[in-house]
Design a protein around this ligand. Structure first.
Ligand code: NAD
Length: 300
């Protein structure tokens, strides 16, 4: 069995790499040496200190990086992994990437005899830890079959949605809905509060009625109403996903989600450095000192 190189050990990548390393021989790399040391300590993975110094038998690469720019920087160019990996290898990009970039990378990989699969995930840090992520996969059937033993370790639901890039498109659309659910429920809870209904009580109502979503069932009780705002999914990564989704709409009329996207993008300046995406609730004074959500935006 070849060694899997897992790159990107952040909020999601670290718990995923730990699970992966318990089943498959795994080497790990991140620009943060601390992140590498933590995964090596927890799961006995092999540390990689530089991408030009890999174990000789790497045949699988899993990427869990913030954006397509990070993925491209690692795969392309004279020193890029698509040049240095052996023919017959497979790259599995599990970050939420851009479909166009993924299609181009998959085509470049194919020219070099390397399989490429986009397999972004949903479920956040808790499901990464428990190995119950929802994984939406793009790629050829043969490539997806090759990726399955690696995805099985990480996900409870694995859906092959189409060719390269389709997994990324499905993921961006999922997050468009997910972010919109938080925004709409935040507004409903602030209206409830104005009316005199406690936001916790209103959340309980939604969860017994048809307004419920994963946001009302998990994010409001755990991260928003408590004021912890520590889901581990950054507001800026959420905006990136929404921007990808709006990009693939490609001129289709989508007035409702256009408004949600512009509102959340326009509100970014009202939050501090590196806010969590659950801080959408903070914009409405949920989980914090009450605050007027109609206050003028400071940044677009
Ligand atoms: P993160 O910022 O916590 O982690 C990214 C990691 O990549 C960091 O450890 C960083 O040091 C590393 N990195 C950056 N550039 C690198 C490079 N050139 N070489 C090696 N390592 C590098 O991000 P995250 O929250 O784990 O998200 C990763 C991806 O997963 C994103 O695409 C995100 O949109 C997606 N995602 C996140 C969540 C979540 O709940 N956090 C859920 C689903 C999907």
């Amino acid at each position: 069995m070849s060694t899997t190189l897992f790159i990107g050990l952040g909020h999601m990548g670290a718990p995923m790499a730990i699970r992966h390393a318990r089943v498959h021989p795994t080497a790990v790399f991140d620009v943060s040496g601390e992140a590498v040391a933590e995964v090596v300590r927890s799961a006995g993975a092999v540390a990689v200190d530089a991408l030009d110094n890999l174990p000789a038998d790497v045949g699988v690469v899993i990427l869990m990086l913030p954006t397509s720019r990070h993925v491209e920087s690692i795969l392309l160019g004279a020193e890029g992994l698509l040049t240095t990996l052996a023919r017959g290898s497979i790259v599995i990009d599990m970050g939420s990437s851009e479909p166009d970039s993924t299609r181009a990378l998959a085509a470049e990989a194919a020219r070099r005899g390397i399989d490429y699969v986009d397999a972004p995930v949903s479920g956040g840090v808790p499901k990464a830890v428990s190995g119950e992520l929802a994984i939406m996969v793009g790629g050829t059937t043969a490539a997806v079959e090759r990726a399955m033993p690696h995805l099985d370790v990480l996900g409870a639901s694995i859906l092959h949605v189409g060719p390269a890039g389709a997994g990324d498109a499905a993921k961006a659309l999922n997050n468009l809905v997910s972010a919109s659910n938080i925004a709409v429920a935040s507004e409903a809870l602030s209206i409830a509060e104005r009316f005199g209904i406690d936001p916790g009580t209103m959340t309980a109502v939604l969860n017994e009625a048809t307004g419920r979503s994963q946001a009302t069932e998990l994010k409001f009780p755990r991260y928003i109403l408590t004021g912890s705002f520590d889901s581990g999914f950054a507001y800026d990564l959420m905006l990136k996903d929404m921007s990808i989704a709006m990009g693939i709409a490609d001129g289709l009329e989508t007035p409702v989600v256009d408004t949600v996207f512009e509102t959340l993008r326009g509100s970014r300046g009202r939050l501090g450095d590196a806010p969590d995406h659950t801080e959408i609730g903070r914009l409405y004074g949920l989980g914090t000192t009450p605050h007027d959500p109609t206050e003028k935006e400071t940044s677009k």
